[in-house]
Design a binder for this molecule. Sequence first.
Ligand SMILES: [Zn+2]
Length: 269
Amino acid sequence: MEKELYADYEIIDAHSHIFPASIAEKATVNIGRFYDLHMDNCGSSEELIKSGSKIGTSLYLVCSVATTPHQVGSINEFIAQECEKYDCFFGLGAAHPLSEDIEGDIEQIRSLGLKGVKLHPDFQTFNADSPEAFKIYEIIEGSMPLLIHCGDERYEYSHPERIANIAKNFPKLKLIASHLGGYQLWDEAQSCLRGFENVRIDVCSSLAFMPAETALARIRGFGAENCFFGTDFPMWSHDTELERIMSLGLSDAELKGILAGNFKAFMNI
Ligand SMILES: [Zn+2]
């Protein structure tokens, strides 16, 4: 890619995944299998920074998902340790609705200096708007943002309607709805998730699956000022995802917001 394409923009990757080096390869293969998609990269911190540096990424929201409650503690320690190593990381902690000590888990996230919580209802097999999950939202509402995976044709767990239920029930919860509000359920996302003051949308793992004009309409449907750029690394490389967002026909101001400004404003950084 030509340098001119991104040189004028500050770039934040608002959605990326890292795994401990020892399991990075296996974890990456498993995600690829789950989605039946080719993974562009392997999910280690080093690889993330290598990919992001190519487009001058200045900040990476990093997270990892706990598929069982007992993984929560060690994942959070790992993310915190990586954030310590890399100033350019903005770390979110893992939580699990079936944990016996959700308050303790959130307290751990807080004390490790992590900035919020990431959940993936489809990997973690819970309904996003279940009473168990509500316990997490109750604790973090007003103090920590939640990044939540949205959408999958095969499951109901993270349906945009369920995500909208979270937004309605927790109006002070800062909520980032991933994948243009609902992977594969992009129309449903438009009808369920527009117009919430507390909801922002990340556009990762979506642009590859729709024509540019559709992506543009969907982004503007939410309001470009409510959207964040992200790569879902190791799913996509930074240069590929950037090229996609740059070719949609967004205005310069819209791009500036999506690439960094909107995220900074939402997170007060
Ligand atoms: Zn994710």
